[in-house]
Design a protein around this ligand. Structure first.
Ligand SMILES: [Cu+2]
Length: 151
């Protein structure tokens, strides 16, 4: 029976639910789960959220984030109090041994500033997370319209 190669690929992906449902990246002891950015126009900014896990026995910390699509990248944390959420830059994200840290709306985030290209819905954005111990972790952020979208 004839089978279209594209159809076959879909079936193979569905046979590996972990690969589809858990969009994540592992490098050494570091696991980065479901990184996602927000749809944005060229020249604008876009927040990126993800969950970081350190499966190792030694503490690590995120010290930098790089993205070719952005003129500048900041790591930020929401300030407490007040009405609208305001963010301020932080230099690192501490990731203790056997700890998980969620970067999510209203908490910590990565901000891509001065985008050199538009972030289009459902495309993916290559980024590099730099950890003090684990080194460089290459990830692909999925571009979503909102936090609720998920997959
Ligand atoms: Cu995902």
């Amino acid at each position: 029976m004839f089978r279209h190669p594209a159809i076959l690929t879909v079936f193979l992906l569905l046979a590996l639910p972990g690969a589809v449902l858990a969009h994540g990246f592992t490098h050494g002891d570091i696991r980065v789960m479901h990184p996602w950015a927000t749809v944005a126009a060229e020249g604008k900014s876009s927040p990126v959220y993800m969950t970081l896990t350190n499966a190792g026995l030694e503490a690590d910390r995120l010290i930098a984030v790089e993205a070719k699509a952005a003129g500048r990248v900041e790591i930020q944390k929401a300030k407490k109090g007040g009405g609208a959420v305001a963010y301020e830059p932080i230099s690192t994200v501490e990731l203790g041994a056997k700890k998980t840290v969620a970067m999510q709306p209203g908490g910590m985030r990565v901000l891509l500033v001065d985008l050199k290209e538009p972030l289009r819905h459902e495309y993916t954005l290559p980024m590099t997370l730099v950890f003090e111990r684990a080194g460089r972790v290459e990830i692909q952020a999925v571009i979503q319209k909102s936090a609720a979208e998920g997959h």
